[in-house]
Ligand binder design. Structure first.
Ligand code: ME8
Length: 510
């Protein structure tokens, strides 16, 4: 077994509708982190999946005249296809309707009940009878009516099970004090502590009798387990916790990183740690709450119809244009705008102009001046140092940003190397060197330095844009693609012959 391990997760998404670019955003970022960790020698486990129970899905299925399971099966197939299109390298896809997961949820619920952390009580809520839905005060429409059908709601009581969050208030506060990096970014941490934890935790309703599409409480079957115990447990059930084979759990738990959108950070930083404390399990190392992709100032949503199927962007601009946009455009943690126009601008300015152009020009010159042959003649000049030193330090620079989850700067540093290469070409003027025979060795050295720098950048880039990296490696005709080949300069094969030139990113004309 390798020594270093890394377990990371995305939220498990609701398959109430097909996924949009917002779901892609979280998943692409998680994928880049997972790929980076693997390349960096970590034994990595990357989990994603779907959160399939609940009243909303039950209702949708009913409207479509099919069973909830039939309804979610279709969406899950669609989601898996989308992840394939986006090159998402997950190690496991968990569905909360998987039998092993349901059994683990029942065991967890029973264990918490037996030890007195879950008790039976009475849930008071605002109920819309025609919709058979409970709402909270804040969910109601502007007239205080049902947000779905806009009819009156009334207060009803139902028997329900409650989880004693209040009992764990002090231990949670202590944990957050002792682990200052648990919630990131820091602004979200302060919000959690000041707005939600300090005012006092109320016990949480964890069962329902008003709908059926959920995991039944094993000892009281008219109840189903309500949302969070079911959903959050996926992070441990996926590893086999409380099953016959818990080897993955032993190996990978606690999680190193849960990536979640900002609207669910509260559940991940209050309910989840308390469930784990109650189960006597170690807590995850970090919860990172990222911002939203917004369109015209609002959240992307199916009901607003303000987005296309992400595959349309992939088909039009290429998978790595979409990945690059998600990774680079928005500082991870902040909200950011999503628009097709911005995606086109990014693709043209960075992928076509900086990277595509560089690779194309370099292979072109090597073909033109040396019939595709590359050889490091080691006629170096002072001018080379800036480029070589930056290339040599790049792994460390990018790793530092990745450790801080500053994904946008991590990828931009790689592009900084490509920008430096373009500048180096302008400064060394190979086309002038090519004019006289006596500069032949210098010219070969210059081209070697460029191609070696491209290789180094691409070794790191493969975590982010795997398809493009593969294409570049093939044009460079190199087998030197691992992280241990970029801690020194000069590992590109010499002598060597480059592969066929190929346009990586055509400029998109609107
Ligand atoms: O909340 N911008 O599922 P969900 C950025 N099942 N990210 C976005 C986004 C946007 N516009 N829209 C969605 C759930 N996301 C629960 C989670 S976890 C134990 C249970 C991403 O389908 C973001 O990561 O509503 C957000 O947290 C997640 O999708 C919500 O997905």
């Amino acid at each position: 077994m390798k020594e270093k391990k890394f377990y990371l997760t995305t939220p498990i998404y609701y398959p109430s509708d097909n996924f949009h670019i917002g779901h892609c955003y979280t998943t692409i970022i998680a994928d880049a982190i997972a790929r980076f960790k693997r390349l960096d020698g970590y034994d990595t486990f990357f989990l994603t999946g779907t959160d399939e129970h609940g009243q909303k899905i039950e209702k949708k299925a009913l409207e479509n005249g099919i069973t909830p399971k039939e309804y979610v099966d279709k969406i899950v197939d669609n989601a898996k296809d989308l992840w394939k299109h986006l090159n998402i390298s997950y190690d496991k896809f968990i569905r909360t309707t998987d039998k092993y997961h349901e059994e683990v949820v029942q065991k967890i619920f029973k264990k918490l009940y037996d030890q007195g952390d879950i008790y039976k009580g009475e849930y008071k809520g605002l109920y819309c009878t025609p919709c058979e839905s409970f709402w909270t005060q804040t969910q109601l429409d502007e007239n205080g009516c049902c947000p779905d059908c806009h009819r009156e709601v009334h207060e009803v009581k139902e028997e329900a099970y409650f989880f004693k969050l209040s009992k764990y208030q002090k231990p949670l506060e202590k944990f957050l004090e002792d682990n200052p990096d648990f919630i990131e970014p820091i602004s979200r941490k302060n919000e959690m502590i000041n707005n939600f934890i300090k005012p006092g935790l109320e016990d949480l309703c964890v069962s329902r009798t008003s709908f059926k599409w959920g995991v039944p409480v094993s000892f009281d079957e008219k109840h189903v387990v309500y949302v969070w115990i079911d959903a959050l447990s996926n992070y441990i059930s996926a590893l086999g916790y409380l099953t016959d084979d818990d080897s993955l759990f032993k190996k990978y738990w606690p999680a190193d990183l849960h990536i979640v959108g900002k609207e669910i950070i509260r559940f991940h930083t209050i309910i989840w740690p308390i469930i784990l404390m109650a189960l006597g399990l170690p807590l995850p190392k970090k919860i990172f709450g990222h911002g939203w992709l917004i369109v015209d100032g609002g959240k992307i949503s199916k009901s607003l119809g303000n987005y296309k199927d992400p595959r349309e962007y992939i088909n039009a601009y290429g998978v790595d244009a979409v990945r690059y946009y998600a990774l680079r455009e928005v500082p991870f943690g902040s909200d950011g705008n999503f628009s097709e126009e911005a995606l086109i601008i990014r693709t043209n300015s960075d992928l076509a102009n900086i990277l595509g152009n560089l690779v194309n020009r370099t292979i072109g010159m090597i073909n033109k001046y040396f019939e595709g042959n590359v050889c490091n003649k080691k006629i170096n000049e002072e001018l080379d140092e800036n480029l070589i030193n930056y290339a040599l330090n790049l792994k460390e620079i990018v790793t530092n940003y990745m450790d801080k989850l500053d994904i946008s700067n991590a990828i931009d540093c790689i592009f900084e190397l490509f920008r430096k290469c373009n500048k180096y070409i302008d400064d060394t003027t190979p086309w002038i060197l090519a004019k006289s025979e006596e500069n032949n060795d210098r010219l070969q050295t210059v081209l070697y330095n460029i191609i070696e720098s491209i290789r180094i950048g691409t070794v790191l880039l493969q975590a982010f844009l795997p398809t493009t990296a593969e294409k570049i490696f093939s044009q460079l005709n190199t087998k030197q693609t691992t992280f241990d080949t970029i801690t020194s300069f000069g590992n590109y094969e010499s002598p060597n012959k480059v592969g066929k030139p190929e346009v990586l990113f055509a400029r998109i004309e609107k």
